[in-house]
Design a protein. Structure first.
Length: 342
């Protein structure tokens, strides 16, 4: 059994606690949060040790790994402290608010050869994995265009100031929603290297944007669009999709299905000419513990498997998370230098 702990017991932290607590190869040894209400619940209903100071927990426990699920502005000091203690670290997204801090964390993790992972859970959804595999297999031929979209009902009315209205806390549609889509585009289609146009829209929030619209060029030269809006009440929850067009056809992908259109059949992939639909029920990654979606357990299972088998993560590494932060920084710099808010 390996020993794990969680820092930050909000929605994601509690989800991680449930997943880690049910994992057959892990003992959830300790948790840390500043809320006495949450800590008292752990004290009352479990044998898990509780802390309000992460340094005392990381100093006092003999941990193999830690999951950091705090607000983004706390990621850097906590992750750095854990890495310097030689603890494998999983950090929720976005990875960091400052690229120079993210660079430092990447270097420490590499130097100490620690397993490191960022919580971009969409990469553990079977449909998105299949999209990446099909693109790598060349079923669409030369790519001509892509679009990445995400919509949901996070902010749908005027509200008072919360963490979501503070860019320095990682609030805003760009950090909270667009980061997911940018990271998917980055790892499935190609790394964005140029921002050709940007529009940040405010509908209800003060201080941060509610929608992000952008024109991007990827490292391979393919251009495309980003359209993200967290003030869309026509969606019950966040809905993310990627569409990729190529000279041989088109693929439309979301978390539930993959729609493939080919101008000619692909014998290698056994795909017919015209439309083929693949469903998540056939592509989902099997997990022992299901909570909110198999992707949440799958990402933790993978992280733990890398630790147990002494492998370096190939999915959602700190370096990959940092590149997404660099794209976001490119957006922010563009917005400062151009009149793009609406």
């Amino acid at each position: 059994m390996i020993q794990g702990a969680i820092i930050g017991l909000g929605k994601m932290g509690l989800s991680h606690a449930a997943i880690v607590g049910a994992h057959p190869q892990v003992e959830l040894a300790a948790v840390c949060d500043t809320s006495s209400l949450v800590l008292n619940a752990f004290k009352k209903f479990s044998q898990i040790r509780t802390y309000s100071d992460y340094t005392k927990m990381l100093d006092g426990e003999n941990l193999d790994f830690v999951i950091v699920a705090t607000p983004t502005r706390f990621h850097y000091p906590i992750v750095k402290y854990a890495l310097e203690k030689g603890i494998h670290t999983f950090c929720e997204k976005p990875f960091s608010l400052r690229v120079q801090e993210g660079n430092e964390l990447v270097e420490i993790a590499l130097q100490k050869k620690l397993v490191n992972q960022v919580g971009y859970h969409n990469h553990f959804i079977g449909t998105f994995r299949e999209l990446k595999r099909l693109l790598q297999a060349g079923v669409l031929g030369e790519l001509t265009h892509f679009s990445g979209e995400a919509y949901g009902p996070v902010v749908t009315r005027e509200k008072g100031a919360t963490w979501r209205s503070k860019p320095e806390e990682g609030g805003g549609c760009l950090y909270d929603y667009a980061s997911h889509v940018l990271n998917l585009i980055q790892e499935i289609v190609g790394r964005p290297t140029k921002l050709n146009g940007l529009l940040l829209k405010n509908f209800y929030s003060n201080g941060v944007e509610d929608a992000v619209y952008a024109l991007l060029t990827l490292d391979g030269g393919t251009s495309g669009t980003l359209s993200v809006n967290w003030s869309d009440e026509t969606y019950r929850k966040m809905s993310t999709s990627i569409t990729v067009q190529g000279k041989k056809g088109k693929i439309i992908c979301d978390a539930t299905e993959l729609k493939i259109y080919l101008k000619e059949p692909s014998l290698l992939e056994k795909l017919d000419k015209g439309w083929t639909i693949k469903y998540i029920t056939d592509l989902a990654i099997p997990v022992d513990f299901y909570l909110r979606g198999e992707e949440y357990s799958a990402q933790i299972d993978y992280f733990i498997d890398c630790i147990v088998n002494k492998n370096q993560s190939q999915h959602n590494t700190f370096e990959q998370g940092l590149y997404t932060d660099k794209i976001i920084e490119m957006f922010i710099d563009h917005a400062k230098n151009n009149v793009t808010h609406g």
